[in-house]
Ligand binder design. Structure first.
Ligand SMILES: [Zn+2]
Length: 276
């Protein structure tokens, strides 16, 4: 194929891909928008082709899609109900990490690498034929980052409920709970719940702590102690978000990472999310 023919083919392919990719607004898309969601293959192809052939509009449109779903601020991240965009699978997070390195646009790297770390799919680390064809494997460097980060993520995820629950363990609050029992009777069941959570080796430290306790357990507290527990439960998620790049071994990343006030409330929009 001559150079001119190759370019013509690329331009033609770019037009098709561009038309197939929704025109993302500069503002973030929110779940519930009616625009169709592009597949991982579409988005990755647009980034690669746009970059290679210098089709800026195509490249920017695809990157805007990825930036929208792999943000640098917690409020936006919590508005999303999945770790990856709607038409992506968890192993497509590997492709996003590779795009972040290739583009380069390292702003999407922390949350993409985080999605790899929380996934239980072994293909993310070892790869497979289908994955290789779609977007390659993680580099050895990124596999090493995931390996180390998982330990850090499990550690902070396990310590978060202790921070939230510890004030009620020695409590001698005599106030009545919803069921009429003294509030202080709730301390032992809360401790058992925390022990169970630690044993699970969960590694999502951005999950709201209060959402990990079932409603029956929460109702063992009096209204005042329950309000205090809910208030404290916001703090660890925000603290962990603030230090997420360093938990992932990306502390030297040149990215404007939003570090919010640990006491500011985080709006949770999706009660049925798979992450919270
Ligand atoms: Zn109480």
């Amino acid at each position: 194929m001559s150079q001119d023919t190759t370019l013509l083919y690329a331009v033609s392919r770019s037009s098709v891909l561009c038309a197939s990719l929704p025109n993302y607004r500069d503002t973030c898309r929110l779940p519930g928008d009616t625009l169709p969601h592009p597949s991982a293959a579409q988005v990755f192809a647009c980034v690669r082709l746009g970059r290679k052939c210098e089709f800026k509009e195509l490249y920017e449109r695809a990157m805007r899609c990825l930036r929208s779903y792999f943000p640098t601020n917690l409020t936006r991240w919590r508005q999303l109900s999945r770790y990856v965009p709607p038409q992506f699978t968890m192993i497509d997070a590997v492709g996003v990490v590779n795009i972040a390195r290739l583009a380069p646009d390292l702003s999407i790297l922390p949350t993409a690498l985080f999605a790899c770390c929380v996934s239980t799919r072994p293909e993310i680390v070892v790869g497979d034929a289908q994955l290789d064809q779609r977007h390659g494997r993680l580099s050895e460097e990124d596999v090493a980052l995931c390996w180390k980060a998982r330990t850090h993520l499990v550690a902070v995820t396990s310590s978060s409920p202790l921070v939230v629950v510890s004030p009620i363990l020695p409590s001698d609050c005599e106030s009545a709970s919803l069921h009429g029992d003294p509030c202080k009777a709730a301390a032992p069941p809360f401790l058992q719940a925390v022990e169970k959570q630690i044993a699970k080796d969960e590694n999502n430290p951005l999950q709201s702590v209060v959402s990990r306790f079932d409603e029956g357990l929460l109702q063992k507290l009096c209204p005042q102690c329950l309000t205090g527990l809910k208030g404290r439960s916001q703090k660890p998620a925000r603290q962990n978000w603030n230090k997420l790049p360093s938990l992932l071994g990306l502390e030297n990343l040149d990215v404007e990472w939003e570090k919010g006030d640990v006491w500011s409330p985080v709006v949770l929009l999706h009660a049925n999310s798979d992450r919270f």
